[in-house]
Structure formats: structure tokens, C-alpha cells
Design a protein. Structure first.
Ligand code: OMP
Length: 272
């Protein structure tokens, strides 16, 4: 089955929330864990247990694992496998983007069957040109996987690049939206190319009507965006939107049941 179909089915079953696994040093400390690969492992596997059979999508942030070197990457491999076994879709937050021929190597790492770091989807940066991402889009489609391409990010610095206008008067972010829409055209119930649009934006300033794909909305929770902000930006029913929260859920650890009920509470707050 294609990623767009698998995602729609997962959201129908488990609701639209994505929970991020971001093992910040401060969170490891507040969970009483050591600042090393064993602390990372305890943290991440607790998250797998709490969220893997509860939410539709879980998003491990790669850098926090890479920071612990090869042992950290080994933990990430276990997290990917554990989440998959528990029935969650895994969105690996790696924000990759490179010239096309190197992009093929990233695609082989994250989007190919048999790779130890293969996920259901990966975040990509389109700022070497959307076309440079083609090898990743092709690998994703071939393996029933997806991608989420940064369009308008949640951080205030993003606007200086993403809101810049091209010769045709479209913003860079709108051009990214339009390319994703082209890739998703005709797919049912939605395509495999998602976008990232920050929940913290003061106004959307984008036409998403032709996207026909999922929108990951970070900035919800710890960065200040509320459910009301999400509805104001994306419309009252949040159709196709995957709000994602990391720290605001993770601060309820280390108790597994508390983490799970925090995720449930946040997910229920998104229901109409
Ligand atoms: O692609 C992302 O996931 C992402 C894009 C963006 O525009 N803003 C953003 O915050 N993120 C990620 O989403 C997560 C947000 O974490 P919290 O602010 O703790 O909920 C982090 O892992 C960020 O790297």
C-alpha cells in the first residue's frame, strides 16, 4: 500500500497526533537519566512503549541520536524497529537535502527496504531546489514510503528565505507547495508527498487547496501554538493536518503511563 493510504488508515484508527521523540539533554536530566547512550536508550525505548501502540505517527529526531555516535545510531535503529512492531508509522526527522546524486544515497539510507535506518517517511529540506529531491520521492514511492518537505517552518528565521518571492510573484514556500501538489495529483485518498507548515505562523499565506497530501504542523505545544491556532491556520476540521508535539508531551516522563495519557489528552484536544 502507498504511504498516503497507510497514513490515512492510521489516522482514522488512532487520530491525527504525531508525537516527537526528541531526547534533549534537559529532558534526560529531568527523567533522572545519565547523559550517555544508556540514558538515551532508556529514554527512547520508554517512548516506544508509551506511544508505539497509541498514536498514528511517531517522529524520532535524528540529531539527538547522532550526538551519541554509533551507539546512539544503534539506539535509533532499535527505536525504528520497535515503533514499526507496535504499529505506529515512523517519520524520521532528518531534514535532509542535497544535490540529486547524493540525495540518492540519503534515499538509500532512509527510504529503501533492508536499510537499518529505513522509516515510513523522512523530513526533507527543498532548499537545494525541489527537483534535487527527486531520488527520494522516487525511492519513497517505490517502497510505499513518504516524505515531508519543509515549506514554511515554525521558526521565526524561516520567513526570510521561505517568504521571498520569485520572478512569478509566488513565494518560495508556495512554489514548494505547488511542486508537492504536482507530485500528489490524482492520488486517492492522498499522495505520498507531505509538507511541513509550522503551527506558529501568524498567518498561513499559502494556498494548500491543491496539495492532496498530509501537512505536518510542528510548533504545537512547547513553541506556543494552541489547538485554536491550528484551527485558525488550517481550518476548523484540521483535515489532512498532523499536529506534532515533542517536549510538551515528553515532559510528563519518565512514567510510561503518564506519557501515554499525556499523548491521549493532546490527541483528544484535537477532536472536533
Ligand atoms: O520538521 C520538523 O519536524 C520541524 C519543522 C519545523 O518547522 N519546526 C519544528 O519544530 N520541527 C521539529 O519538530 C520538533 C518540535 O519539538 P517541540 O517544540 O518540542 O514540540 C523538533 O524536533 C523540531 O526539529
Amino acid at each position: 500500500m502507498r504511504f498516503g493510504e497507510r497514513l490515512a488508515a492510521a489516522v482514522a484508527r488512532r487520530g491525527p497526533l504525531c508525537v516527537g521523540i526528541d531526547p534533549h539533554p534537559g529532558l534526560l536530566a529531568s527523567w533522572g537519566l545519565p547523559q550517555d547512550a544508556s540514558g538515551l536508550e532508556r529514554f527512547a525505548l520508554t517512548c516506544v512503549e508509551a506511544f508505539g501502540d497509541e498514536v498514528a505517527v511517531v517522529k524520532p529526531q535524528s540529531a539527538f541520536f547522532e550526538a551519541h555516535g554509533s551507539r546512539g545510531v544503534a539506539v535509533l535503529e532499535r527505536v525504528l524497529a520497535g515503533l514499526r512492531d507496535a504499529g505506529a508509522l515512523v517519520l524520521l526527522d532528518a531534514k535532509r537535502g542535497d544535490i540529486g546524486s547524493t540525495m540518492a544515497a540519503y534515499a538509500a539510507a532512509y527510504l529503501a527496504d533492508g536499510s537499518p535506518l529505513a522509516a515510513d517517511a523522512v523530513t526533507l529540506s527543498p532548499y537545494l531546489g525541489f527537483g534535487s529531491l527527486a531520488p527520494a520521492l522516487e525511492a519513497a514511492a517505490a517502497g510505499g514510503r513518504g516524505v515531508f518537505v519543509l515549506a514554511a517552518t515554525s521558526n521565526p528565521e524561516g520567513a526570510s528565505v521561505q517568504r521571498a518571492e520569485g520572478a512569478d510573484g509566488r513565494s518560495v514556500a508556495q512554489a514548494v507547495v505547488d511542486e508537492a501538489a504536482r507530485a500528489n495529483a490524482g492520488a486517492h485518498p492522498q499522495g505520498d508527498v507531505g509538507l511541513v507548515v509550522g503551527a506558529t505562523l501568524a498567518e498561513l499565506g499559502l494556498d494548500l487547496s491543491a496539495l492532496n497530501g498530509p501537512v505536518l504542523a510542528p510548533g504545537f505545544g512547547a513553541q506556543g501554538a494552541t489547538v485554536a491556532d491550528l484551527r485558525a491556520l488550517f481550518g476548523p476540521d484540521l483535515r489532512g493536518v498532523l499536529p506534532t508535539s515533542s517536549r510538551d508531551v515528553l515532559r510528563h516522563g519518565p512514567d510510561t503511563a503518564s506519557l501515554r495519557s499525556a499523548a491521549r489528552r493532546v490527541r483528544d484536544s484535537l477532536a472536533l
